[in-house]
Design a protein around this ligand. Structure first.
Ligand code: ADP
Ligand code: MG
Length: 861
């Protein structure tokens, strides 16, 4: 094509399309490439690290351009999306030949067929198979907030009405790929959408129309803000998929009451799904996950992100895991079978969005067949009584015999990913198609025969018949053999290239046309079969989706059973008591790290039962305090998610809220001082925890000066003990706090044992009753490799400090008095002094009056 002039029709078309998707990069289809122009090109070239070129001029300036080949566009798309861009795709919607019929200058019609955003992806290449890809809509309402979230790639669709302050926690749980919110929203970063999309009345209508119902009550009913969020989500999906709506399950309102409340800070500090540095490796999820399918991994992630609070439901899950532990052979077979299956959920959603190909049909065929075989095996095999959740799960796997037969008859065993070159419909399925294929292949045999004949006739043994898109079938010989053929009858010169010359021939051309026509017709026949089969599958989408989720549940349960039997984990006793009794508990992540380093992990007990529900854990740095605290929190998460736990025994009364705070965690990157963060988070605990909560406080107060920190830690400990009366583990380096044990009846002192041996510090990692005798700071510093002269000097300073401390009674001396003040803190002593001072205007005092005032003030002391 020639260069684009300022007013070129093509540029006009481009600019028209671009105006409708100003916030996206526009992929403009030109033949085998998606081209980008202007600022889009500059941005994409930078993100993709590809060459930026020019194409013609617009308004007297060069137009920057870059392009990516269509066949490998997915990888480029992925990088752009990860780079924070949104991409609109404009395809050619007619054949260039048809455009030419309108005149030689006319531009091929193009239209935007899709807007690719992080929350609306379905391509296997763009998604992580083991992670849900949540798109979340936030609909603010007075006091409340409507939330709706869906995974377009699997069809899961949920809503919730939450308190305004709970948004951060919900988003931390979901870890969305994309958030949408109404124009004017100034909360978390989001894609802003028209306010009208969030209108609850319009949204309700949109939902009713989408799911073909007159009222949403059948789905359980929604609050207005939930409906607003769900409706906005639908509007956004329609806008990005340009009319092709994904297969969504009917929305389900999920009351947050059924799950353990875990706020964002707790999630982050316990590294439930991601570590502090953002990786999956090193998280609890990674340490537990033994699933063998993407759908199983996604369900496990959901389960762990939202542990249950209903003891009965938890025990149902545990029963199923237990069953898979007992039935070890069945477990192996189940996992083997599941591993072979493809991702049914995602294949189905691609088909629904018209993005699927023949391989997705095969995935459905194989996935369903596998489900039926598995169901039969699980019903037939075990001698043990089936637990209720197994029966319910297997009930979810419907009868799919007819679908499987239809797909088996139609498809070859391993079809290609996309339809472009055909070859996926099985021979024998369609007689007409078979004939077309035979004609094409006969033609190709005739071409081969012709080649042999021409070699004989010309005496050029290296003569070849070739095919390309420009010349079609043609004869190719080396340049040195070309001259005699130039004049030979039946040979028409077409092209001379370096080293080779190409000829056409009438006979060859006729054959070529025959082959091409047969091939085209065959492709068209295959394409229409694909559409029929897709419609067959989509008509059964709900049943297929139910089967897919049943398989995911089996994968999760058998995976947890596998993990438990590999790791020697036990079934926790979960009930409605307030027990928290762990015998020989281990931290699953640290234990794995220790195992790698060939070091033993020391198991520890914990009992926060009614008599001593608050444990104060002391011990030097590196002793294992944080590990001990976290492992107990993780055990609660695991147990309530329905998993066995790494311990010799565990008895856990359902925890309704879990809190974990770490003093002075470095959060400066987020723009708040670490100490401020620590205090804000601690305040949140003290105001929201209940007597059923579990609190982990790790060195709270560390982020400020010694006196402040100690005072805050002291007060928080008292508040937890007296006010909340819940289960709590509190690690501290303030040994002064151990004095509280005398006064707080439910406080137990434990310490992580160390021993000094030949001047070296040995960490035993063993939690024992009592308090640490000192902080061992210098010993730890020495271990860490602080230079010897520095250690020596520090020892000197310490000796002096300790001498001083002996004289004054030390930091803690005053604390013994504290309980008195704690009893009646309302009127602080010394207020009279303060009042008197406040009334003084120093500038008006004579020296004599100042002296009198001095005596008066001392009298007030
Ligand atoms: P603290 O909070 O007391 O400073 P940590 O809990 O951070 O100590 O533990 C420091 C290191 O000690 C951990 O990284 C781990 O390698 C090791 N450790 C902790 N607990 C144990 C244990 N129970 N068994 C074996 N090693 C442990
Ligand atoms: Mg620590």
């Amino acid at each position: 094509m020639s260069a684009v002039s300022p007013a070129s029709p093509m540029m006009a078309q481009y600019l028209g399309l671009k105006a409708g998707v100003a916030d996206c990069l526009l992929f403009y289809r030109m033949g085998d490439f998606y081209e980008l122009f202007f600022d889009d090109a500059v941005a994409a070239a930078a993100t993709l690290d590809i060459a930026l070129t020019k194409r013609g001029q617009h308004d007297g300036r060069d137009i920057p351009m870059c392009g990516v080949p269509v066949h490998s566009s997915e990888t480029y798309l992925m990088r752009l999306i990860r780079g924070g861009h949104r991409v609109a795709i404009a395809e050619q919607i007619e054949y260039p030949a048809d455009a030419r019929k309108r005149g030689s200058k006319s531009v091929v019609a193009r239209a935007i067929v899709r807007v690719v955003t992080p929350g609306t992806l379905t391509e296997a290449a763009l998604l992580d198979a083991r992670t849900s890809n949540w798109l979340v809509a936030v609909a603010p309402a007075p006091d409340r907030m409507g939330l709706a979230w869906c995974d377009v790639s699997t069809g899961v669709f949920r809503t919730a009405s939450i308190a305004e302050g709970a948004l951060e926690a919900e988003l931390a749980r979901l870890n969305p790929a994309e958030v949408i919110a109404p124009q004017g929203w100034d909360g978390v970063p989001a894609t802003l959408r028209p306010r009208g999309d969030f209108d609850s009345a319009a949204a309700t209508k949109r939902l009713q129309a989408r799911f073909g119902v007159a009222t949403l009550d059948g789905f359980g009913g929604f609050t207005r803000e939930e409906a607003a969020a769900a409706g906005a989500l639908l509007a956004y999906l329609a806008a990005t998929a340009i009319g092709q709506l994904p297969l969504l399950q009917p929305p389900q309102s999920s009351p947050p009451s059924g799950v353990m409340a875990i706020d964002a800070a707790t999630r982050a500090s316990l590294e439930l799904a991601r570590t502090a540095s953002g990786t999956r490796v090193g998280s609890l999820l990674d340490a537990v996950d033994s699933t063998v399918t993407g759908a199983g991994a996604r369900l496990l992630a959901d389960d762990l992100a939202a542990p249950l609070t209903d003891a009965e439901a938890i025990n149902d899950r545990l029963d199923l895991v237990d069953w898979f532990i007992e039935a070890a052979v069945v477990r192996d077979r189940t996992r083997e079978a599941l591993r072979a299956g493809a991702d049914l959920e995602r294949a189905l959603s691609r088909l629904a969005l018209r993005r699927g190909g023949p391989r997705d049909l095969a995935s459905v065929r194989d996935g369903l067949a596998l489900a039926l075989a598995l169901k039969a095996a699980l019903i037939g095999a075990p001698k043990l009584a089936a637990p209720p959740l197994l029966t319910a799960t297997l009930d979810g796997i419907g009868a799919h015999g007819a679908d499987i037969d239809a797909l088996r008859a139609a498809l070859v065993p391993e079809p290609p990913v996309d339809m472009a070159s055909g070859g996926f419909i099985a021979p024998g399925y369609d007689a007409a198609l078979d004939e077309l294929r035979a004609a094409a292949s006969d033609g190709r045999q005739l071409v081969a025969a012709l080649e042999t004949r021409l070699r004989g006739e010309t005496g050029v043994a290296a003569l070849k018949v070739r095919h390309n898109n420009v010349l079609g079938y043609h004869i190719e010989v080396a340049a040195r053999h070309a001259d005699p053929l130039m004049a030979a009858p039946g040979f028409v010169h077409r092209q001379t290239l370096a080293g080779v010359v190409r000829f056409g021939s009438v006979e060859l051309q006729a054959l070529g046309v025959r082959i091409a026509q047969a091939g085209d017709h065959a492709l068209a026949a295959e394409a229409s079969h694909f559409e029929e089969l897709r419609d067959v599958v989509l008509a059964r989408a709900a049943a297929i989706a139910a089967t897919a989720s049943a398989l995911a549940r089996l994968d999760v349960a058998s995976g947890l059973a596998e993990r438990a039997s590999q790791g020697g984990w036990v079934r926790p006793r979960v009930d409605t008591s307030c027990a928290f009794e762990i015998i020989a508990g281990r931290h699953p992540v640290v234990e794995a790290a220790c195992a790698k380093a060939r070091q033993p992990f020391v198991a520890n007990d914990c009992d926060l039962g009614t008599t001593q529900r608050l444990w104060l854990v002391t011990g030097p740095n590196m002793a294992g305090k944080s590990t001990f605290l976290r492992q107990n929190a993780l055990l609660a998460v695991l147990a309530q998610a329905g998993s066995f736990v790494p311990a010799a025994a565990a008895h856990i009364g359902v925890v309704d809220r879990l809190f974990s705070r770490v003093g002075a965690s470095d959060n400066l990157a987020q723009g708040r001082s670490t100490f401020m963060v620590e205090m804000v988070e601690t305040a949140a605990i003290l105001t929201t925890a209940t007597s059923r909560s579990l609190i982990i406080l790790d060195e709270v107060g560390r982020g400020t000066s010694t006196y402040d920190g100690l005072a805050i830690a002291w007060a928080v400990l008292e508040a937890v003990h007296d006010g909340l009366a819940c289960r709590c583990l509190f690690a501290t380096h303030y040994h002064e706090l151990t004095r509280l044990s005398a006064r707080l009846a439910s406080l137990a002192l434990v310490t992580v044992a160390v021993r000094e041996w030949q001047g070296e510090l040995v960490f035993l990692h063993e939690v024992v009753r009592g308090a640490a005798d000192r902080s061992y700071g210098l010993a730890v510093a020495k271990l860490a490799g602080l230079p010897t002269p520095v250690i020596a000097r520090a020892k000197e300073v310490l000796t002096r400090l300790e001498a001083g401390k002996a004289k004054t009674g030390g930091l803690a001396a005053a604390l013994d008095e504290l309980p008195l003040f704690a009893a009646a803190p309302a009127v602080a002593p010394g207020d009279a002094l303060r009042d008197r001072l406040a009334a003084v205007s120093p500038d008006q005092l004579t020296p004599r009056a100042a002296l009198d005032l001095m005596y008066e003030l001392i009298g007030l002391l």
